[in-house]
Design a binder for this molecule. Structure first.
Ligand SMILES: NC(=O)NCCC(=O)O
Length: 384
């Protein structure tokens, strides 16, 4: 098999003449973002711990009546560490150890809010449709071991942590959910947001494990800004993104697990488009590596059964409300991407483009209320 491409940016830098590279980058990525200088210790630690680190600044115009609202936001993408046949607890602990060492570096870079990838403390085993041992990775939001650890880190580093896990809801019949836990920088759980749209595509057989989320589109008011979480497959649904904006989000994370053959052409577009359409910042986060499972499964496409999912292509990135975006992290390596952003940019872009003013929620609400009725007929006007 051919080696995976490291990143599209590396290829552009290698092949586009220097004189044209800036203009190509502007056309592809929008306004040039500031490269954020990071402490030498953070760079050294990242090298020693074998992960990539990149940091950018999204600036806003200076205002005379509001002070700038500068916040540093981070996202982590990572591989699993142990084989999927290792005991559940050992797999989880190995990932916790890895994430602790990356979060420590993020703290050294002054990160205020960090988000991890979807179901970060386990392999993405939902392709197998087998219940054991994967259901054993599930834990309660308030008192599970992962939340306990994240609370400790949040308090220690004065950092808001978004921790997407497989949730076990003991208060509602032990059901499972795909859930992001939002932990305040004080170390307390602020709340949770469940995945609204559950995929039934290719190897993503998640409906075997959990149902569509019932938490709606919550926005969490943190000390550093208003954040929301649109988990993975929800990024294909523009109204899902829209509702976080309606509820006042300033930064929406999209913690994901997705593979190249399925979704890579969509990846750079969706979170970026959502940032533009909703006048907020977005951050797409995808895991890296490939994960092999003990038993074969099929993709229900007539092709032979197989034991692995394919390549999770990483490429985590941030996008701003003005359409600018950062380069992506590597397609193959663990990484930490940091953005310093002035949240005032959200309102400045709303004032400039007026997307929130000109959107027709009333019209959509009225028409959608009709469209969901069983006797609805699509509004098609036929040629006479
Ligand atoms: N994790 C997840 O929802 N993956 C579905 C595939 C995709 O949305 O790219």
């Amino acid at each position: 098999m051919a080696a995976e491409i490291e990143s599209i940016e590396n290829i552009l830098e290698k092949h586009i003449p220097a004189a044209e590279l800036d203009e190509v980058a502007r056309l592809l990525y929008g306004k040039k973002l500031r490269i954020l200088p990071l402490p030498q210790k953070a760079l050294d630690d990242a090298r020693q711990r074998n992960f990539e680190i990149k940091a950018y600044g999204f600036d806003a115009a200076k205002e005379s009546t509001r002070s700038a609202r500068i916040v540093r936001v981070g996202a982590i993408q990572n591989k699993i560490i142990l084989p999927t046949t290792a005991p559940v607890q050992e797999q989880r602990e190995s990932l916790e150890k890895r994430i602790c060492e990356i979060i420590e570096v993020a703290a050294g870079c002054g990160v205020n809010i960090i988000c991890l990838q979807e179901a970060w403390n386990m392999p993405f085993a939902f392709c197998t449709r087998e219940k054991q041992p994967w259901c054993e990775f599930a834990e309660t939001v308030e008192s599970g071991p992962t939340t306990a650890l994240m609370k400790e880190l949040a308090r220690k580093y004065n950092m808001v942590i978004v921790s997407p896990i497989l949730e076990r809801d003991e208060n509602h019949g032990d059901i499972l959910a795909n859930t992001a836990v939002v932990i305040s920088n004080t170390g307390e759980v602020i709340g949770k947001s469940r995945k609204n749209h559950i995929p039934r595509v290719g190897d993503f057989n998640e409906s075997t494990y959990y149902l569509e989320g019932d938490t709606g589109h919550p926005v969490f008011q943190t000390q550093f800004g208003r954040i929301a979480i649109n988990i993975c497959y929800g990024r294909h649904h523009p109204p899902n993104w829209m509702m976080y904006g309606v509820n006042g989000a300033e930064i929406v994370f999209n913690p994901s697990a997705t593979v190249g053959a399925l979704s890579e052409p969509l990846w750079p577009i969706e979170a970026r488009n959502a940032a533009i359409a909703n006048s907020y910042f977005t951050c797409g986060i995808n895991r890296v590596g490939s994960e092999e499972f003990p038993n074969e499964f099929t993709s229900a496409d007539g092709k032979p059964a197989h034991k692995d999912f394919g390549h999770f292509y990483g490429s985590s990135y941030f996008a701003g409300p003005d359409g600018s975006r950062t380069p992506g992290l590597s397609r193959t390596r663990d990484g930490l991407i940091i953005s310093e952003m002035d949240l005032n940019l959200c309102r400045q872009v709303k004032d400039k483009w007026g997307f929130r003013m000109t959107q027709r929620l009333d019209l959509y609400a009225e028409e959608l209320a009709e469209a969901v009725k069983p006797d609805y007929k699509p509004h098609i006007i036929k040629e006479k």
